[in-house]
Design a protein around this ligand. Structure first.
Ligand SMILES: *Cc1c(COP(=O)(O)O)cnc(C)c1O
Length: 428
């Protein structure tokens, strides 16, 4: 590939706003020029200049097996040869829906869409249509995609850029959105259609739910007849074979999925009981549609991933990430900085600071660490050592099935050296 990261970024900026098609990819909050990726393989990506990075971005969680897994590539090749979209039902969408509903207790039906944003937006519409109520509770720092009503107090790129929400969203669009602090059960009443939550918050860095938080939310919703919606776009089929609801033993009324279930292609899904899903068109009055929904390429990739990953793969990954989380924290603290690496199964966060701190339990606490100014230096020190973290302090580390012990050890050693450089650099 000819050109440098700089020349590609310059070209990109002329024709694409900010040079990126999603703001989280920009280096706005860490400074510098993004690397432009030409290929990926397993745990690694390679940029236009031929640099190879150990990749902890993994498309923000869309890749569970690592990049360009041969079985996924093969499934895509075969499907592409048979056609990529028809506007008629296909076996592929049935197969993916069966795989998903078989694995997740309580999930009886799903409707496939093309992104996580669409999944959550549609689930909220369904909840409002089914309850006849308007108001939706979301939690500060949880990200649910970029639909108007849900951008308020969002994590991920919204947090990274320090935006309160978004320009272009009318007051009317958010009057029915109520924001509550994560890990506290809000007071609900009979005006609430739904409570929407990331069962493990993974867009404000990682914040695990407190012991009974999800069960208490379930009970609070039941008391007032509000629906509980789990946004499992990250946790679904990543946290474990059946995602967060099974992990915590709390079933929501509606689930939202994305990322992993597309095997690296654009997909989302929302679902729940057959009774509730009967409110959707064509059977019911809640309209929802999509030209590319249930796309054959995407369902082929997603089904391949779900079929390939075994129970023990999930257990192995969690165990590997458990050791990694401890080693990473120890390497950074051993080098003179402070770190916390909270972990739930294979999900792991990374907070770095110059002073001792306690692992955050909500967005307010996460922001104190996120805004301490250290992450940009740490990010760049890691990138120089060939380890790509997300270019923002509010993302988690995505460890794929292709990240073996050797890769994780490399990242730990890079982190120790990066931390030592930063700790030494200020003359402390
Ligand atoms: C990524 C994400 C979304 C949005 O999914 P897109 O495919 O980017 O639209 C929604 N919810 C959560 C929890 C996410 O992490």
């Amino acid at each position: 590939m000819s050109g440098t990261n700089q020349s590609w970024f310059d070209r990109a900026r002329r024709v694409i706003p900010g040079g990126v098609d999603s703001p989280v990819r920009s280096f706005r909050s860490v400074g510098g020029t993004p690397y432009t990726v030409v290929r990926g393989e397993g745990a690694y990506v390679e940029d236009v200049e031929g640099h190879r990075y150990l990749d902890f971005v993994q498309s923000y969680g869309a890749s569970l097996l690592g990049h360009a897994h041969p079985a996924v590539v093969q499934a895509l090749r075969e499907q592409a040869g048979r056609g990529t979209t028809f506007g008629a039902p296909t076996p592929g969408e049935v197969r993916l829906a069966e795989l998903m509903t078989d694995r997740v207790p309580g999930l009886e039906q799903i409707r496939l869409v093309s992104s996580g944003t669409e999944a959550v937006m549609s689930a909220v519409r369904l909840a409002r249509g089914a309850t006849g109520r308007s108001r939706v509770v979301k939690f500060d720092g949880c990200y649910h995609g970029h639909s108007d009503a849900l951008l308020v107090a969002g994590g991920s790129g919204v947090a990274q850029l320090g935006l309160p929400g978004s320009a272009g969203v009318t007051a009317g669009a958010v009057t029915d959105t109520v924001v509550a602090p994560y890990n506290e059960v809000p007071d609900l009443d009979e005006t609430i259609a739904a409570v929407l939550v990331e069962p493990v918050a993974a867009n404000m860095n990682l914040v695990a739910p407190r012991d009974s938080f999800l069960a208490d939310l379930r009970a609070a919703c039941d008391r007032v007849g509000a629906l509980l919606i789990f946004d499992e776009v990250i946790t679904g089929f990543r946290l474990g074979p059946a995602g967060a609801s099974a992990h915590y033993g709390v079933a929501p009324d509606l689930w939202c999925f994305g990322k992993v279930i597309g095997g690296g292609l654009p997909v989302g899904a929302f679902g729940g009981s057959a009774t509730l899903l009967a409110s959707l068109a064509p059977d019911g009055p809640v309209y929802q549609a999509g030209t590319l929904s249930g796309n054959p390429l995407a369902t082929a990739a997603g089904s391949t991933v779900l079929e390939l990953v075994t129970l023990s793969d999930y257990d192995d990954l969690s165990a590997r990430v458990g050791r990694f989380a401890n080693d990473l924290r120890d390497a950074i603290t051993g080098a003179g900085l402070y770190a916390e690496t909270p972990r739930v199964g294979p999900l792991v966060g990374l907070y770095v600071a110059r002073e001792p701190f306690v692992a955050p339990t909500n967005f307010t606490e996460s922001k104190v660490i996120g805004e301490n100014g250290l992450y940009p230096s740490f990010f760049h020190a890691m990138l120089e050592r060939g380890v790509a973290l997300a270019p923002g302090a509010y993302e988690i580390l995505f460890v794929s099935m292709a990240h073996g012990d050797a890769e994780l050890a490399r990242a730990v050693s890079a982190a120790g050296s990066a931390a030592a450089e930063i700790a030494g650099g200020d003359g402390a």
